[in-house]
Design a protein around this ligand. Structure first.
Ligand SMILES: NC(=O)c1ccc[n+]([C@@H]2O[C@H](COP(=O)([O-])OP(=O)(O)OC[C@H]3O[C@@H](n4cnc5c(N)ncnc54)[C@H](OP(=O)(O)O)[C@@H]3O)[C@@H](O)[C@H]2O)c1
Length: 268
């Protein structure tokens, strides 16, 4: 495994998650900067992490640099970074809604740029990320390194940029849908008389076990449903209610709403 010099600008939730995941790679230095010094202090002790004093310092000491700042300040951060950009650097933006065209314009095509959309389970290295490799400046070796780094956060899918709104709506926002569903199940358990802590544990186990069953058997989602749906039984009564109240259609519409909102935000 070759030595790598990684950088991270912005050490908030996602920046810290990235750094912790990348720190598990041997022979890797990670220079991180955030104007709030306490963010770097929280990462003291993470293998290979060095608290940088400025954006310029990060760009001097790193070749693959994650941009993990809020979308609203990305143009300001890239303006500050600009004088220190070298052609060997690859900038990897994780900012929602900031497109390749903007990133390439703001960096004046001085170096390669890559757009990534992770989701919050990346914080526990079980994320699902989309990556867009549409910058002709990016080399094959650079792509391979980025795939390796993102793989430390969980699943990675190479996607053309035109699918990023769909991915954001389905997977970026997705953890909120899953937690909403889990919360509703817990509420059902509590209203049926179960204690909340126990209901929460049961629902977490239900989700974990169901995903494992689907993955390990490879059965289709409908076969897996049929396996618990006996004629005139309890499950079919519940599924009938879900269909009468159009829950499936609501979920599909909710994701389309999120996709539409993502497009609108991209145009603002
Ligand atoms: N959270 C998610 O689910 C998620 C998913 C996918 C993508 N993203 C993207 O990830 C990015 C980061 O999100 P987050 O949730 O990690 O936000 P966050 O916790 O607010 O982290 C952003 C960090 O950037 C720092 N910062 C502000 N100005 C800076 C500057 N000039 N140079 C360097 N750092 C600076 C902020 O410091 P202060 O707090 O002091 O301002 C903060 O610590 C966003 O663009 C977001 O769209 C987030």
């Amino acid at each position: 495994m070759s030595a790598l010099r990684i950088g991270c600008i912005g050490l908030g939730n996602m920046g810290a998650a990235l750094i912790k995941a990348v720190s598990t790679r041997p022979d890797t230095s990670i220079h991180g900067y955030d104007p709030d010094r306490s963010k770097a202090q929280n990462l003291a002790g993470v293998s290979g992490f060095v608290a940088a004093r400025s954006i310029e310092d990060v760009l001097r000491d790193a070749d693959f640099v994650f941009l993990a700042v809020k979308p609203q300040i990305m143009s300001k951060v890239l303006a500050e970074a600009f004088p220190a950009l070298r052609p060997e650097i690859c900038l990897i933006s994780i900012a929602a809604g900031i497109g390749m065209e903007q990133l390439r314009a703001w960096s004046e095509e001085r170096c390669a740029v890559v757009r990534v959309m992770p989701n919050t389970p990346a914080m526990v290295r079980s994320g699902v990320s989309a990556v867009c490799f549409e910058d002709p400046k990016l080399t094959e070796a650079g792509q391979a390194t980025i795939m390796e780094l993102l793989g430390l956060l969980g699943q990675v899918h190479i996607l053309p940029e035109r699918y990023f709104h769909a991915f954001t709506a389905l997977v970026g926002s997705g953890p909120a849908y899953v937690f909403h569903f889990m919360d509703a199940l817990v509420q059902a358990g509590v209203s049926a008389g179960l204690g909340r802590p126990q209901a929460e544990q049961m629902v977490a186990g239900l989700l974990e076990g169901s995903v494992k069953l689907a993955q390990e058997t490879g059965f289709s989602l409908s076969t897996l449903q049929h396996m618990v749906t006996s004629p005139a039984g309890t499950t079919i009564a519940a599924l009938n209610h879900l269909d009468r109240t159009a829950v499936r259609g609501s979920i599909i519409d909710a994701v389309h709403e999120a996709e539409q909102r993502s497009r609108e935000l991209g145009e603002e």
